[in-house]
Write a protein that binds this ligand. Sequence first.
Ligand code: AR6
Length: 196
Amino acid sequence: VPSPHDNSKLRSKETKGQADKSAGSCHNQISLDDPPTLAFPSISTADFQFSNDKAADIIVEKVAEYSNKLGNARLVLVDLTHKSKILSLVKSKLAEKNIDTQKFFTHVGDITRLHSTGGLRCNVIANAANWRLKPGGGGVNASIFDAAGVTHVIHVLGPNMNPQRPNCLNNDYEKGCKVLQDAYASLFEGFASIVR
Ligand code: AR6
């Protein structure tokens, strides 16, 4: 059993994810042997310009709260690149928490190609949505509308700190952190209701 917060384990999962290019593109169904798995991007930290540091605290806090309530289900934080700020921050903050590395880990890759390119089987993905919950824009939202191989997409509208987008919170992190905490709580509750 790996020790909690074994970063080499986290890294090896990422590496495996990226290296396993040939993984079963013809078997895209999740099997009963696979634990229920939610892959989610970091909500609000790119186009919505929410502080990476504060978001990483919230992700770690909410994952710690929910990972024990989810039975054998797994939570996977995904980002496109090994240089991802949010992935490094979350991994470093994990060291302070006692979270099972089988139940929560990070994955580098495109969230719409988790299985076909990443070799990771997930049955639920979360989308960092726009305020209209519609296709378009950029980021995860734009790519997810092409996605295949999952049974559910959970749309999560996070707090927006970008003045060029509607409902900007103008750096009001008191409100912003509360909204982001509620967003993750609601995401993980939604996943729990699917798992049940
Ligand atoms: N796979 C994995 N991670 C991704 C992908 C992908 N294909 N694309 C982006 N990320 P963002 P937000 C990461 O901007 O800040 C859209 O225009 C990215 O590196 O998608 O909540 C919507 O229409 C970052 O870590 O979401 C909304 O208007 C994370 O996903 C607005 O953006 C979230 O980046 C929402 O902004």
